[in-house]
Design a protein around this ligand. Structure first.
Ligand SMILES: Nc1nc2c(ncn2[C@@H]2O[C@H](COP(=O)(O)OP(=O)(O)OP(=O)(O)O)[C@@H](O)[C@H]2O)c(=O)[nH]1
Ligand SMILES: [Mg+2]
Length: 156
């Protein structure tokens, strides 16, 4: 059995949530720093999206187009956010997708993980939630293992 690479996963969430930083670590590529301006497609249909796709209603159509053929949606919510800025209904437009909640930046000085859990619950994001920091490799590994476990094993 071979099942090493992420496949068919899209990362969504508000601006500065830490999506690109997370993708960089998950697929071990060189840092793609700076503002994401458009969806970035990596091999295996791993897609990084700009935060505007979910927070700017005028761009919600672009988000729906980007996620329509992807199996797993990772919603990245920063632990230092006071509000839930995403439109969770958008993530449920298409049935039969996995939705994975990530609470990012748990190392931030003003992080409040309990508040983040509450916000995700209130907005119907299913548990378990993965608490990550790009400075804590174990937290990235836990998310990586879970995402891989959602994928169908490929028989050799
Ligand atoms: N402290 C801390 N900072 C982080 C973490 N993850 C990302 N950052 C920082 O947060 C800022 C935004 O991260 P990005 O990954 O570019 O955010 P994004 O969600 O891709 O943002 P957009 O592309 O604008 O939608 C950068 O300065 C990152 O270095 C984290 O786990 N902890
Ligand atoms: Mg980005």
């Amino acid at each position: 059995m071979k099942n090493k690479n992420l496949d068919s996963v899209v990362f969504v969430g508000e601006v500065d949530a830490g999506k690109s930083a997370l993708v960089d670590q998950l697929i071990s590529q060189d840092a793609n720093t700076g503002k994401t301006q458009a969806p970035i497609y990596y091999p295996g249909k791993v897609i990084d999206t700009p935060g505007e796709f979910i927070v700017n209603r005028a761009l919600n159509g672009a988000l729906l187009t980007t996620i329509c053929n992807v199996k797993t949606i990772v919603l990245v919510h920063p632990a230092d956010a006071k509000n839930f800025s995403s439109s969770s209904g958008l993530l449920r437009v298409y049935p039969n997708k996995n939705i994975v909640g990530v609470i990012s930046k748990v190392d931030a000085s003003n992080a409040d993980v309990d508040r983040a859990v509450k916000l995700l619950r209130q907005n119907g994001i299913p548990e378990p939630y993965f608490k990550t920091s790009i400075f804590d490799q174990a937290s990235i590994d836990r998310l990586s293992h879970y995402l891989l476990s959602l994928q169908q094993p490929v028989l050799e």
